[in-house]
Design a protein around this ligand. Structure first.
Ligand code: FAD
Ligand code: PHB
Length: 393
């Protein structure tokens, strides 16, 4: 089998890239190691920036999002017993869209099926080859037989644990990593959200986040210990702890119910440089991870593939040697945006979580930072500008 662009991974990065390339008339095949149901079963991000919204529209996969997504013009911060609303709309003129990653993935899957471009789910032992030369290809096992997919380019959209970054030769990449000393315990429930807007809270007992998927479905998070096991957290224990961390007046409105999903995610900052090696590109979580506090993971995946799709379209439209300029700049351009999102996610994580190991001095620094935010429109604008997302460039 032969294609122009071979994509590894059918998460949001792989599927959105496939849709954008299809739009530009570029042939592509997606290989995914899991089943479609498994991919849809993962509950992850919930907030889309304008850039991601625009790319989904450009790809032609935004009809349900435009119908069902919830535009939010602000969010709340609670710090001890103090509250601050960040008015995104007033500070930046922009909003974010609350629409779950599961739904984004579902929409992109349906779009792909309608486009007729192939996706091979349950592809085993996918391996990239020859990307340092002119004839890259992927080998894999599917439906009981060994297959080979030849391509002009390979794109690793295969997430943090994927194969593409892992097969690069030692020394090809420089990596940067910070692991945080806690995780997030998340719970999804069919209960009306406790607040109209998201609430990010710093409490004595740790961080909390009240988010949502719709007017009927809530998504809530608690800072938890890395030693915690999800089985130790009954629904009752979650609700009791969540209620304690909510501001008291908000807690009175909390509606509880059985969980649809509960999971623990570790928090990490990670970047691999560069994001291109010969005819192999990395995009999304395959190249970088942010802690979820800034809601940037899915948005960075979208902006990476937005840049890459543009560069590949330029390459296939062009003729002379200049046609490679976009793909030659992809890594540098994507990384400039990635590092700013890394900085913001690290900063917001550092402000909103409890770090007992930082002692009383660390806590006073967090309190002073929050106090400064409360009294400075400039500081709020910095937060808002980063939260709604920087321009694609
Ligand atoms: P992924 O979604 O990881 O997709 C990669 C795909 O590649 C997967 O389908 C995987 O099965 C496939 N794959 C892997 N290896 C192979 C292989 N060898 N061969 C073929 N296919 C392969 N972000 C937020 O903004 N907010 C959140 O609340 C949030 N919560 C998160 C919770 C968890 C538990 C995790 C893991 C992430 C969370 N994120 C969150 C981050 C966000 O979900 C990711 O940034 C986003 O999924 C990145 O998309 P992606 O397509 O790059 O990678
Ligand atoms: C979510 O709804 O899952 C969500 C929202 C905002 C975040 C992280 C996660 O910062």
């Amino acid at each position: 089998m032969r294609t122009q662009v071979a994509i590894v991974g059918a998460g949001p990065a792989g599927l959105l890239l496939g849709a954008l390339l299809h739009r530009a008339g570029i042939d592509n095949v997606v290989l995914e190691q899991r089943s479609a149901e498994y991919v849809l079963g993962r509950i992850r991000a919930g907030v889309l920036e304008q850039v991601a919204v625009d790319l989904l529209r450009e790809a032609g996969a935004a009809v349900r999002m435009d119908e069902l997504g919830l535009p939010h013009g602000g969010f709340e911060m609670a710090f001890g017993d103090r509250r601050l609303r960040i008015d995104l709309q007033a500070l930046t003129g922009k909003q974010v869209m609350v629409y779950g990653q599961t739904e984004v993935t579902r929409d992109l899957m349906a779009h792909r099926q309608a486009s007729g471009r192939p996706t091979h789910y349950e592809a085993e032992n996918v391996q990239p080859h020859g990307y340092d030369g002119e004839r890259p290809h992927l080998s894999y096992r599917h439906g009981g037989s060994e297959r080979r997919l030849e391509a002009d380019f390979i794109v690793g959209c295969d997430g943090f644990h994927g194969v593409c970054r892992a097969t690069l030769p030692a020394g090809a990449l420089q990596t940067f990593e910070k692991v945080y000393p806690f995780g997030w315990l998340g719970l999804l429930a069919d209960t009306p959200p406790v607040n109209d807007e998201l609430i990010y809270g710093h409490t004595e007992r740790g961080f909390m986040l009240a988010s949502m998927r719709s007017h009927e479905r809530s998504r809530y998070y608690l800072q938890c210990s890395l030693d915690d096991k999800v089985e130790q957290w009954s629904d009752e224990a979650f609700w009791a702890e969540f209620s304690r961390r909510l501001p008291a007046d908000v807690a009175q409105r909390l509606a509880t119910g059985p969980s649809l999903e509960k999971s623990i995610a570790p928090l990490r900052s990670f970047v691999a440089e560069p994001m291109r090696f010969g005819r192999l590109f990395l995009a999304g979580d395959a190249a970088h991870i942010v802690p979820p506090t800034g809601a940037k993971g899915l948005n960075l995946a979208a902006s990476d593939v937005g840049l890459l799709a543009r560069a590949l379209a330029e390459y296939y439209r062009g003729t002379g040697p200049g046609r490679s300029a976009g793909i030659d700049h992809y890594s540098q351009q994507a990384l400039a945006r990635v590092w700013k999102a890394e900085r913001f996610s690290w900063w917001f994580t550092s402000l909103m979580h409890r770090f007992p190991e930082n002692g009383d001095f660390g806590l006073r620094m967090q309190q002073a930072e929050f106090d400064y935010l409360c009294h400075s429109t400039a500081a709020q604008t910095v937060l808002a500008e980063n939260y709604v997302g920087l321009p694609l460039g």
